[in-house]
Design a protein around this ligand. Structure first.
Ligand SMILES: C[S@@+](CC[C@H](N)C(=O)[O-])C[C@H]1O[C@@H](n2cnc3c(N)ncnc32)[C@H](O)[C@@H]1O
Length: 261
């Protein structure tokens, strides 16, 4: 089992603490089926330039740090660039530190071949909304553990003002944490915006991993993606919390069939 990145420095009063959903992503992305899928698209033998991996909403950074530190094992190449985009500026700062620590740990375990132990290159985490800070068509692997809990209202990120400083009040911290879980109608308001942006954000060989909970109606979500045409596929590739025949959480992989071998 690959080591989980250390997040002991993360201020959990302001940033989402890794939980069952985060660990489901780590297990799924490092599973034999997904390492085989990713390596077939992105390993050095698969050709092409270094893949760009983007996590939307990295929170503590545990997932993107894991992907960066174990790039060789998961993607079949360490020539990988990674970054994150989060609405929460404290999450961006935490992610940078988590990634640096995880990469340093991998490099410390290098076998002396000078390959850095198989770690990729973490670029940065920037404050922003979904894929807005990115150029079109550049993302090779997109990962999103969204705010997925159904809620009456969707918290609105405050631009500037109170969300710019380094100190926070209790109300601001509650607001930052609400941004990490509150998903609005069916828990899908933010996820639906991301799904709509995927065809523009992903590269031709790009794929996305998105976490859904049972209340998000994952079967309908997958059908909707397949029905858009253009060769889009959507399959469940990881599950957890099996209760009475239905999965509480699942990871769906979304990709274009046109690039399948
Ligand atoms: C459920 S947490 C997941 C955190 C981390 N990826 C994990 O798995 O532990 C959701 C994250 O998405 C961020 N987020 C919410 N809405 C967003 C948006 N519109 N754009 C970017 N990030 C967003 C939150 O700030 C939070 O860090």
């Amino acid at each position: 089992m690959l080591p989980t990145p250390d997040t002991s420095h993360v201020p959990y009063t302001r940033v989402y603490e890794p939980a069952e959903d985060s660990f489901l992503l780590l297990d799924t992305l490092s599973s034999p089926s997904e390492t085989a899928f990713l390596s077939s698209r992105f390993s050095t033998t698969a050709g092409g330039c270094a893949p760009l991996i983007v996590e939307i909403g990295p929170g503590s950074g545990v997932v993107i740090a894991f992907l960066t530190a174990h790039a060789q094992t998961i993607l079949g190449t360490q020539h990988v660039l990674t970054c994150g985009v989060d609405v929460n500026r404290f999450a961006c700062a935490a992610t940078g530190r988590t990634a640096a620590k995880a990469v340093a740990e991998t490099m410390a375990n290098d076998d002396g071949s000078g390959g850095g132990g198989g770690a990729g290159w973490f670029l940065d985490a920037v404050q922003g909304d979904l894929v807005a800070p990115l150029r079109d068509g550049v993302v090779d692997v997109l990962v999103f553990n969204p705010p997925y809990v159904p809620t009456d209202e969707l918290p609105v990120p405050v631009a500037g003002g109170a969300e710019r400083g380094t100190t926070t009040t209790f109300e601001e911290e509650s607001h930052l944490l609400a941004l990490s879980y509150a998903g609005g109608r069916d828990g899908m308001e933010t996820t639906d915006r991301l799904l709509a942006a995927l065809p523009t954000a992903l590269s031709a060989r790009g794929c996305a991993y998105v976490l859904l909970c049972a209340q998000n109606r994952p079967e309908e979500v997958k059908e909707r993606i397949r029905a858009t045409g253009g060769g889009w596929k959507a399959e469940t590739v990881g599950t957890s919390g099996k209760q009475a025949g239905w999965e509480k959480l699942q990871i769906i992989r979304i990709w274009r069939a046109t690039h399948d071998a």
